[in-house]
Design a protein around this ligand. Structure first.
Ligand code: SAM
Length: 344
């Protein structure tokens, strides 16, 4: 049955992607950091590590000349929504759409501002706790887009909006190899950073494989890592994304120093001496731990302790150590209130 379905989905003969680029005189645009993948074995590997896509709905970001799109169709994908910023690819994508019997829906635009709330059939929705829906997001994007995009998407995973109104939609994306390593870095590894925590508290992450820069046309100076992310049934930290982002960003501010130093950037200076030991005691975290050694569970407890403080004294939540000096509160006038609250 699956074989018969795959046969049905085979595309009629088409010019190769390489020929199409020549035919339409498309050269990679530096401005859009375009690096095309033309090697079918690598393309098939990206599609394969995405999981079983037979009958699935897929959103492909940055299809360019359509190498990955073709492989997705051959893998039996039911419908592909492609989002492409560069209008030069419209004719090649339209040709592919016709050959695929309308299984491709083309959106010319910027993926960074595209809301996927209505992108897939409503009856594909699954409850968050159920298994993942037959929907997948995939893309070989420029490095300058994939990093802001993953943060945006993590925010949407946290809010369960955009594509994640359909349930725990998985993603397969390419990044600069070093960024892929950072996203997947375990506790205490040299690459552990803000991105590792922000992705891993929400998703199960896997660095699937690397692609040598030389496999792209034109070749970027760096290698590329393919990362697969599946949203967790229960995020490790269940607080608003913006609060977690602030705590994690500030805590990694001085990566190699004991974490109480960088955590202090969340607190007005006049309150450091009394509040910082109190917060670490409430969170049951050793303040001498370095930020890259903190586990997700320790970040969870630190975020909750900070949240407790901000709920009781909202002025502290407005403190931004990077704001101009005259806009920063010293915290001196908050001391009596805090003394009463925490018996300081
Ligand atoms: N997927 C193709 C491949 O693997 O050969 C092209 C990859 S190329 C690295 C990145 C593609 O993303 C280009 O086609 C580029 O025009 C497109 N792109 C860049 N920024 C984008 C954005 N903000 N939204 C949608 N597409 C974008």
């Amino acid at each position: 049955m699956a074989k018969a379905l795959a046969r049905e989905m085979r595309l009629p003969p088409l010019p190769t992607v390489r020929d199409l680029l020549r035919l339409y005189k498309i050269r990679a645009a530096k401005k859009l950091s375009q690096n095309f993948l033309l090697d079918p074995r690598i393309i098939e590997r990206i599609v394969k590590v995405s999981g079983n896509l037979n009958g699935a709905h897929v959103c492909e970001v940055g299809p360019g000349p359509g190498g990955i799109t073709r492989a997705l169709l051959s893998a039996g994908v039911e419908k592909i929504l492609v989002i492409e910023k560069d209008a030069r690819f419209l004719p090649t994508l339209e040709m592919l759409r016709e050959a695929a019997g309308g299984r491709i829906h083309i959106i010319m635009g910027d993926v960074l501002s595209y809301n996927m709330e209505n992108a897939f059939p409503k009856d594909m929705k699954k409850a968050w706790e159920e298994e993942t829906p037959a929907i997948h997001l995939i893309g070989n994007l420029p490095f300058s887009v994939s990093t802001p995009l993953i943060i945006r998407w993590m925010k949407s995973v946290s809010a369960q909006n955009s594509a994640w109104t359909y349930g725990r939609v998985p993603m397969t994306l390419t990044f600069q190899k070093e960024v892929a390593e950072r996203i997947c870095a375990p506790v205490s590894s040299p690459q552990r950073c803000r991105l590792s925590v922000m992705c891993q508290y929400l998703c199960d992450v896997k660095h699937k494989f690397n692609i040598q820069g030389g496999s792209f046309i034109p070749a970027p100076k760096v290698d590329v890592g393919v990362v697969h992310l599946t949203p967790r049934k229960s995020p490790i930290i269940s607080l608003p994304f913006s609060l977690i982002e602030k705590v994690v960003r500030c805590t990694f501010h001085m990566r190699q120093k004991e974490c109480h130093h960088s955590f202090a950037t969340l607190i007005p200076p006049a309150l450091h001496q009394t509040l910082i030991p109190k917060i670490f005691a409430i969170a049951e975290v050793d303040p001498t731990t370095r930020p890259f050694q903190l586990t997700l569970e320790e970040f969870d407890r630190l975020c909750h302790a900070y949240n407790l403080l901000v709920e009781k004294v909202p002025e502290i939540g407005t403190y931004e150590y990077r704001a101009p000096r005259k806009e920063r509160i010293s915290g001196e006038d908050l001391k009596p209130q805090l003394e009463k609250l925490f018996f300081l």
